[in-house]
Design a protein around this ligand. Structure first.
Ligand code: BEZ
Length: 208
């Protein structure tokens, strides 16, 4: 079953490099960046694990917990983390799920048999504190993910939850945002007293 935006992220209990977790309890009141990768001791994955660890403070400042997954054992993960730390100049602290029997990767549709029957592809799930899935992305095995984009999407989701806005293409923090067409000009005047630029009646940009 494929998971869709707005679905509740399926819960699971499983061993990780930080001990056994109940996924929902572990997320608690935080957001979650849940990402899978094909295998330990592989080059692209090593850079992705390192990058996630290097960005610990960026994720924490957004109240986001990171958790990785691959279809290897905890013992293999521990050995690999030593390599990640050595080669990527970091100290990896977030948990990595040991999904050797494919329980979680099947539940989250991370196994794409056209790519591999046994290894997970590069899936991303951004999950909010109510455990709703807010973003999914799937990258092929040969392409390392863009972590600036992952942080950018989290910034956009958190801002749109707070401010009743949407964000335009390539938006970055501090750029103008979009007043959704569902908000009338009359209501917009109350919500956005700072005003807006009306490019078209359906395209109104404001600063928040
Ligand atoms: C990698 O992480 O480098 C990788 C893993 C599986 C297939 C291709 C590349």
């Amino acid at each position: 079953m494929s998971l869709r935006l707005g679905d509740t992220a399926p819960n699971f209990q499983i061993d990780t490099t930080n001990g056994k977790i109940d996924f929902h309890d572990w997320i608690g009141d935080s957001w979650c960046f849940f990402f899978s990768h094909p295998a330990d001791f592989t080059p692209v994955c090593t850079t992705e694990m390192g990058r996630t660890s290097q960005l610990d403070a960026e994720f924490a400042s957004r109240n986001v917990k990171s958790i990785g997954l691959s279809t290897d054992t905890v013992e293999e993960h521990f050995k690999w983390i030593e390599d990640v730390n050595d080669t990527q100049n970091t100290t990896l602290k977030f948990p990595i799920v040991a999904d050797a029997d494919l329980e979680v990767s099947s539940m989250y549709d991370m196994i794409h048999p056209g790519e591999s029957e046994t290894a997970a592809v590069r899936s991303v799930f951004i999950i909010d504190p109510s455990k709703k899935i807010r973003l999914t992305m799937t990258y092929p095995m040969s392409v390392g993910r863009n972590f600036d984009e992952i942080l950018r999407v989290i910034d956009s989701l958190q801002l749109s939850d707070k401010e009743q806005i949407a964000t335009p293409a390539d938006w970055q923090v501090g750029d103008k945002v979009i007043i959704p067409p569902s908000i009338s000009n009359e209501d917009a005047a109350k919500i956005f007293p700072q005003g807006w630029d009306e490019i078209r009646s359906y395209l109104r940009l404001t600063q928040v």
